[in-house]
Write a protein that binds this ligand. Structure first.
Ligand SMILES: Nc1ncnc2c1ncn2[C@@H]1O[C@H](COP(=O)(O)OP(=O)(O)OP(=O)(O)O)[C@@H](O)[C@H]1O
Ligand SMILES: [Mg+2]
Length: 395
């Protein structure tokens, strides 16, 4: 009976990347070869048994090059038109998706926050080939690639607030990537945001800024990418009804302060877009679907992302407006005199931090991109500001 190579190689994709970098051929179990072949199919060979390996090397029966697994793309059946009303929230989703901006939605129970977030994959463009390989590498490390196939659908990760620190940021046995890395190039949706342990929330601050996370191993550190779009949802208070005019919260004002106070100032400062999601009126629920379909919004998001791909073609570390820093930000996001005047006055009046100031400029850039305009004008700055400072409960 021949010795079959049944087990999957632990990390086929990273192993194939290393082999390719050293210009070597990777010989691996056949079950892993479809995944490894994504790097360079001509340099990956899959063997079904040790006998196959012997026959290959003795020239009796050379093994053929592996074939890459399937490329899949989910066409999300969830449409934005299913969500009645909530036009402002839908606009915020569109802007967030276009520029990879972080978004927090605060609203009463059952107002549609989770429903809105679940529609994000349907308005995001497919992963580019480079992004698909990066995201698949992380999935490969976690053993999540299905039969060697690669998905072009952007990840949408939704960790529960009871998940451990290692599950969310990475670590534990084998220093595996966590949810924030599995969300690389996609969406990290943190529902019931204030319910996550404070230590977990604070740990997110650095990865949000750098797009990387350092995971500790016994005697080393491993760096994983985690360039995700953070979407958080929260009730305004523990009982949930602080902002509902029809159902006054019984513990006003303490209930809301205690609850949202769990989100520290520096963490809240990292959300570019903050919106209140009000309860939907029953009369609105009865109306036929209205507003743009996910397909129409996805086309606008895609056009805005194309503009960014063009803008950042010479700066590989900067892919979307949310990534722009320093001098480049000054170059690409300088508003016209009207916009500048408005922003300076708002910064003074609301005591905006330097980070907030720059985040507003990045959002204004995205809004102008969605409008297909080169110049950032006053209305673009005004809309970006409105998402930053209008939410009564968002600090
Ligand atoms: N705007 C809306 N249009 C259509 N249906 C809605 C809307 N908002 C809520 N619903 C209905 O209410 C259900 C609950 O909505 P959802 O879970 O998104 O609320 P939520 O804001 O996330 O609530 P919670 O704060 O309790 O998590 C939905 O599955 C849907 O049936
Ligand atoms: Mg919800």
């Amino acid at each position: 009976m021949p010795a079959r190579l049944r087990c999957n190689a632990p990390y086929p994709l990273p192993a194939a990347m290393t082999a390719a970098a050293e210009d070597r051929t990777l010989l691996c179990p056949r079950a892993s070869s479809a995944e490894a072949a994504w790097v360079d199919a001509t340099q990956v060979i899959g063997a079904g048994s040790l006998g196959d390996v012997v026959r290959h090397f003795t020239g009796q029966s050379p093994l053929a090059a592996a074939t890459p697994g399937e490329v899949t793309l989910d066409t999300s059946p969830r449409d934005l038109r299913d969500v009645k009303g909530q036009e402002r929230a839908k606009r915020a989703l569109e802007i967030a998706a276009a520029g990879r901006h972080h978004l927090i939605m605060i609203g009463t129970p059952g107002s549609g926050k989770s429903m809105l977030a679940a529609r994000l994959p349907g308005i995001l463009p497919p992963l580019t080939p480079t992004e698909a390989l990066e995201t698949s590498m992380i999935q490969s490390l976690c053993g999540l690639l299905d039969e060697g196939g690669i998905s072009r659908t952007r990840p949408f990760r939704e960790p529960h607030h009871t998940a451990s620190m290692a599950a969310i940021v990475g670590g534990g046995k084998g220093a595996k990537p966590g949810e924030i890395s599995l969300a690389h190039n996609g969406v990290l949706f943190m529902d019931e945001f204030p319910e996550f342990p404070r230590t977990v929330l604070e740990t997110l601050r650095q990865p949000i800024e750098t797009g990387e996370v350092m995971v500790a191993r016994a005697n080393a550190h491993v760096k994983y990418p985690c360039r995700f779009m953070l979407v958080a949802a929260a009730n305004p208070c523990k009982c949930g009804y602080l902002t509902d005019p029809a159902r006054a919260c019984s513990r006003v004002p303490g209930c809301g302060e205690d609850y949202l106070g769990r989100i520290s100032g520096p963490l809240m400062d990292r959300f570019d877009l903050r919106i209140e999601v009000p309860p939907v009126a029953f009369t609105d629920l009865d109306l036929p679907p209205s507003g743009d379909s996910s397909t129409a919004v996805a086309a606008r998001v895609d056009a805005a992302r194309q503009i960014q791909a063009d803008r950042f073609k010479d700066t590989p570390d900067t892919r979307q407006n949310a990534d722009v820093e320093g001098k480049l930000l000054e170059e690409i996001a300088a508003p016209d005199p009207g916009g500048k005047d408005l922003l300076l006055r708002a910064a003074e009046r609301y005591g905006l931090s330097a980070r907030a100031f720059h985040r507003i400029l990045r959002v204004a850039r995205t809004i102008a991109d969605l409008a297909g305009e080169d110049a950032i004008r006053r209305p673009h700055v005004a809309e970006a500001l409105s998402f930053r400072i209008s939410a009564k409960v968002a600090g």
